[in-house]
Design a protein. Structure first.
Length: 112
């Protein structure tokens, strides 16, 4: 991306991102979501099927002014979200299998 000049003081700006803390102290890049926010009982907001773009943030090296841009290809964001859901599903299945094995072992030990 080309270098930018601060609209406030005309100094150089550097590209970066604002880390968004999620549950369990994980970090994510915030995203712009098209449309009006709709509340969800389970997830806070309904995001399914809405186009999303990662947000790039530029910071002035002199005055600290932040400027944000929603950039990129929304299909890349959706692909990344699908990959995350896939990993979560795998972890849930492995956890369930391990719990079943542990329950069987406890049952076998108690039965002896």
């Amino acid at each position: 991306m080309p270098s930018r000049q601060c609209p406030k003081c005309s100094s150089a700006m550097s590209e970066g991102f604002v880390a968004d803390r999620t549950h369990h102290s994980a970090a994510a890049v915030p995203s712009w979501v098209e449309g009006q926010p709709e509340r969800s009982v389970w997830t806070g907001l309904k995001l399914s099927g809405k186009p999303r773009l990662d947000i790039a943030t530029w910071r002035c090296t002199r005055c600290g002014f932040l400027e944000q841009y929603a950039s990129g290809d929304p299909s890349l964001h959706d692909a990344g979200q699908k990959q995350v859901r896939h990993v979560i599903l795998i972890v849930a299945i492995v956890t369930a299998v391990l719990a079943a094995i542990a329950a069987g072992l406890v049952s076998a030990l108690v039965g002896q």
